[in-house]
Design a protein around this ligand. Structure first.
Ligand SMILES: [Zn+2]
Length: 341
């Protein structure tokens, strides 16, 4: 199956009332882990690459690995998504490369650090929507500013300082025509999201529910939504790691989000923790090993397990065969008809 647009996948998820995990990749083993988890759980998938991942993998390697995945897993609908595009140029280069979905994060200036103005966000996101929709490619925007820093991207603020305003979110979607919207409700990127189990004071699920009421037809996106399970932290620390105690977003809060319009759930930290724990374990238990496969195989397997678990928890499991892929040209035609209407 060719890569499909994220819009098709999220529309289908909305019809089915489930969420779809979006997992970050930088290399072959991570792509393989996701694809094996998808096959095992019969899930459609979103694979995403940050700017850092694109630079690490030199773009073309990543793209061709994804093409290999479409050949080897033809039954699985897959989206290749640009995570946190910092400028229209980044998004346009992703579209030119063959990504089927892009995020224009206009909540920050192109430096990826400085919070922007609403006007700048609307203008830049609108430019990306026009370029992307002409090719049938999906656009995710962001309003409000997420906490933390991921791959060098982020204002480094705590998750509560720029929460998404529901009125502004509705205005933003109306002005830009984005397909999906990342909202700030207290989540942060990275491993250190919360210093204790999050409550209604730190994770604003009521805000999410309010935004969904205002925008019932916009697919909401939860960023920074790793659960950072203690078991995965413990493995790392047991084998010589030095993680400080930390809490992520509880799976039941994500499931509440999915009941209230969240269709895309970004997960990166959990996969990183699983991989690092597995590698540390081999290094500690078998210091004589020097074949990279001896630790990359368990690392891949550990990531596969956590991805399969999330796919089941988000509800995408079992939905692999729900739909026939819509070619991007057809998606472009639909956007043209919609804007003419
Ligand atoms: Zn993010």
């Amino acid at each position: 199956m060719p890569l499909v647009s994220m819009r098709q996948l999220l529309d289908e998820a909305a019809r089915g009332g489930y969420g779809v995990g979006a997992f970050n990749v930088n290399n072959m083993e991570q792509i393989q882990a996701i694809m094996e988890a998808a096959r095992e759980t019969q899930s459609p998938v979103i694979v995403q690459a940050s700017r850092g991942a694109r630079s690490y993998s030199q773009d073309r390697f990543l793209y061709h690995l994804m093409l290999a995945a479409t050949e080897l897993y033809p039954e699985i609908p897959m989206v290749l998504h640009q995570d946190h595009g910092n400028s229209a140029e980044t998004c346009k280069s992703a579209i030119a490369l063959g990504f089927t979905s892009v995020m224009m994060d206009g909540s920050l200036m192109p430096d990826g650090k400085t919070p922007s103005t609403f006007e700048y966000n609307v203008k830049t996101t609108r430019e990306v929507v026009e370029a992307a929709h002409a090719k049938g490619v999906t656009v995710e925007g962001e309003i409000g500013v997420l906490g933390g820093i991921e791959d060098g991207h982020g204002a480094g603020l705590d998750g509560l300082s720029h929460l998404t305003d529901p009125d502004q979110a509705a205005e933003f979607v109306g002005l830009t025509g984005v397909d999906a919207l990342a909202i700030a409700i207290g989540t942060s990127h990275g491993a250190y999201k919360f210093s204790k189990k999050p409550t209604g004071e730190t994770l604003k699920m009521d805000r999410l529910i309010e935004i969904h009421k205002r925008l019932p037809n916009t697919h909401l996106v939860m960023h920074g939504s790793s659960s950072v399970p203690k078991e995965l932290q413990d493995i790392i620390n047991q084998y010589g790691g030095k993680l400080r105690p930390t809490w992520g977003v509880p799976v039941e809060e994500i499931q509440l989000g999915i009941k209230n319009g969240v269709r895309k759930v970004n997960v990166d930290t959990d996969c990183r923790l699983a991989i690092t724990g597995a590698i540390r374990k081999v290094f500690t238990e078998k210091p004589e090993e020097f074949d990279p496969r001896s630790y990359l195989k368990p690392a891949r397997e550990a990531m596969r397990r956590v991805v399969a678990l999330r796919m089941t928890q988000f509800g995408q499991a079992g939905h692999v065969g729900d739909y026939a892929p819509i070619p991007l040209e057809e998606m472009a035609k639909r956007y043209r008809e919609l804007s003419a209407a």
